[in-house]
Design a binder for this molecule. Structure first.
Ligand SMILES: Cc1ncc(COP(=O)(O)O)c(C=O)c1O
Length: 435
């Protein structure tokens, strides 16, 4: 079943056939080389990732390659739905669906009842925003590097509710938002919401979300973190960050299926009675003709209809990430990106754009002599997956950097040093060809 207290709480149980093979047996392959230091067993991880055979996938910030157990879990469930019926398949896999919340709670340092599944990070984000009763003049305090769709959502709130959007300035040393200046703005404006993107989509910058969180807790301000690019890349602890709400997708560094996301909702927010504007029969009980009561858990942010195969795939992806281990992932992934940055810095005509003292695995750069689409097409032709970012994704950042577009390369732990060198070599060749 889904969360305790969910609309499914009344479903008959137990629904798991105890004799059945588990869909996902993660106990089989150890991914840490036991002989020495905890070093990831790359051969095993790559053998488990069908896409590694076909492409050099440096678009994990777009969507990570699914590992085989994730893929099989999704396909198994679709087969089961086709075989016995969608509702019946959901009932048969209730325990595994519940494990989505349990696994994610383990990943984020919270409890299952504080988590809601969503169709995307943006869906989770806008649901969270819809729970806030904004009044004209209320301030949303955010940063100059917050995600494009979040910025558009704030502008839409300004259009409809007359909220004021205040952007905290960046620190002059290029390390991201100036936390002291942001704290001063918190004290001056007492914002209705503080909203920060941990790692933006358009650069490797890592924002100091826990430092900001300390100020929010001190001043008792509602704090929403977009951790879309950091979940699965770094250990994330919602208590350490001090956030009230946190959103992400499962498809990027968690390597889950597309069409997935989630929302963490703190006990503070749940007990204060926040609920999404549009709440349905899963999020609430219609207890009398003129009255509904939201469920006690974060399930109030979910909807009745639910992509079970996707959710099960997400559960498998989170279990997989836990099994690989977020510490080794967080050591290896940004280090691979660092190697790539170093190689690209030596290429004439390439300009690296990432800031901050310890950038994440999103490597962004411009290249002289190329337009955006043909450059990406040339990378595609070399079997290298990448992504483009345009100024409309990052109005402040790209204006500051005076760029119209950049290419983003985002490796993950299962990529190899040889792939990094091959990618840098291809960029060097393309840079030369344009000179
Ligand atoms: C930082 C950040 N936030 C939010 C999102 C939106 O995620 P979704 O596409 O799942 O809505 C993205 C997607 O690239 C992102 O990079």
């Amino acid at each position: 079943m889904k969360n305790e207290n969910s609309a499914f709480a009344s479903s008959p149980e137990p629904l798991l056939n105890p004799g059945r093979e588990p869909v996902l047996d993660l106990s089989r392959k150890p991914f840490l080389n036991p002989s020495q230091e905890p070093v990831l067993d790359l051969a095993a991880l790559r053998a488990d990732t069908p896409g590694c055979e076909a492409v050099i996938h440096f678009n994990n910030a777009g969507a990570g390659l699914m590992a085989r157990p994730v893929l099989e879990t999704v396909l198994d469930h679709l087969r089961l739905e086709a075989g016995i019926g969608g509702y019946e398949a959901a009932a048969a896999r209730a325990a595994e669906v519940a494990d989505f919340y349990a696994a994610l709670a383990e990943l984020l340092g919270t409890r299952p009842g504080n988590l809601a599944f969503a169709a995307s990070a943006t869906h989770a984000y806008t649901k969270a925003l819809s729970a806030i009763d904004f009044r004209p003049g209320d301030v949303v305090l955010t940063t100059r590097n917050d995600f494009v769709s979040n910025q558009i959502a704030f502008l839409s709130l300004r259009k409809r509710h007359g909220v004021r959007i205040v952007h905290a300035p960046d620190h002059p040393d290029g390390s991201g938002v100036d936390v002291e200046a942001m704290a001063a703005l918190m004290r001056a404006h007492r914002p209705r919401l503080v909203a920060v993107t941990h790692v933006p989509t358009n650069s490797g910058l890592v924002q100091p979300v826990a430092e900001i969180g300390r100020h929010c807790r001190e001043l008792d301000l509602l704090y929403l973190v977009d951790a879309c690019q950091s979940v699965g890349q770094y250990p994330i602890d919602v208590e350490a960050i001090g956030c009230d709400l946190l959103t992400a997708t499962c498809r990027k560094f968690l390597r889950g299926p597309r069409g997935s996301g989630f929302l963490y909702v703190s006990d503070r927010v749940l007990t204060a009675g926040y609920e999404p504007l549009h709440i349905d029969m899963h999020g609430a009980r219609w207890v009398a003709p003129g009255y509904y009561r939201p469920v006690d858990t974060a399930a109030r942010f979910e909807e009745w209809e639910f992509p079970y195969a996707t959710v099960l795939g997400c559960a498998a992806a989170v279990r997989y990430a836990l099994r690989v281990g977020l510490e080794p992932v967080a050591r290896r992934t940004p280090a691979l990106a660092g190697r790539l940055r170093e190689r690209l810095a030596a290429v004439p005509g390439v300009r690296a754009l990432d800031g901050g003292p310890a950038p994440a695995a999103l490597v962004t750069f411009t290249i002289e002599g190329w337009q955006a689409a043909p450059f990406k097409a040339a990378m595609d032709a070399h079997g290298i997956n990448s992504a483009l970012s345009y100024r409309e994704f990052a109005q402040f950042d790209f204006t500051d950097k005076e760029v119209e577009w950049c290419l983003r390369l985002s490796p993950h732990y299962y990529n190899t040093e040889d792939e990094v060198d091959a990618v840098a070599g291809t960029v060097a060749e393309l840079a030369r060809s344009a000179r």
